[in-house]
Write a protein that binds this ligand. Sequence first.
Ligand code: PAP
Length: 356
Amino acid sequence: MAAQVPSESSKNDGDTKTKTSADESPPETYSDLISTLPVRGGWVMPLVLYQNYWLNPARLKHIIPVKEHYKPRSDDIILATYPKCGTTWLKALSFAITTRNHGRHTFAAAAAAAAADHPPLLITQLHPQELVAHLETPNPAAGDLAAIEKLPSPRLLATHLPLSLLPPAISTCGCRVVYLCRQPKDVSISLWHFGNGMLRGGRTTRSSPVQLDASVSMFCEGISPFGPFWEHYLEYWKESLARPQHILFLKYEEIVSDPVKIVETLAGFFAVPFTEEEKRIGVPEEVVRLCSFEVLSGLESNRSGDVTRGDDLVIGKSMFFRKGKVGDWENHMSKEMSEKVDDVLKDKFKGSGLVF
Ligand code: PAP
């Protein structure tokens, strides 16, 4: 049976722009809804425009219910990212920080022993993507929205959704959001590699790779998964300016340049600051080391097998670790491509105070 569109979202689907005036009744199923949305090919899968964002139509059935069915709690921590901005890293860091004293194998023990005992991050056998439940992408390890509802507080959750597709209670219930963005040129390159990687794994319907110039052009038009990226960044940026105690806005490059400082900032924001003793024995440094690209990408549990995202997307675990460098775009983009992105950044972020 086709999945039903939740009633609330049907009411909110005002921007199903291709709907004709003759078609007044709200769509009943996701297939009905998708057939009314503007669609663009050219990416590894066609994308549809839903409430101003370009989304994978196969994932709408997981995305739309979040606004109605995710009930944020005052002590929830939500890790929000635009894709390819360092989600895997932020999940690992946040999990490591919040579980550092769980169980027998604490980070303090690991740091003190210098022999890297087995803190929770390393004994889970789960990929960082699976360690933290993703609101709109159920997976076998973390479950779906119903499973998230049953998780004990405080919950550590993640999302790629823009603020406007999350429940409005996010802004009033007192929960905390960490938003991580990244220099858009590096995001564009990372996305391009990732998309074509899915293609090589036979995980898409498209058969030929997306060319880099086409990928950069679409990115600059705003047509990329969860794009336009600038709208995504700006929604959270503005909210972080209005409510800095509740929204911590970070850039990937800031973590790269001073990871220990950011780990300490995250711990404070999560209300589990490092004690003086933890700092003295180097626990923040140990968190940074265990979550480094080198350590995480070398773990067998992150190298083989797949991460399941929803029932429609299966992604090789190693695909979340490529280079992990700042500025890799310089190895790929022509001068024209780089200038095209610069023009978008100048135009879209003008006057916002957000600079890259
Ligand atoms: P997602 O948004 O699709 O969930 P995400 O983790 O944001 O994935 O994207 C992967 C990027 O983070 C890759 O960037 P790259 O293509 O430029 O290399 C990946 O290498 C990088 N990454 C993953 N883990 C780490 C880490 N521990 N430290 C730094 N960068 C990392």
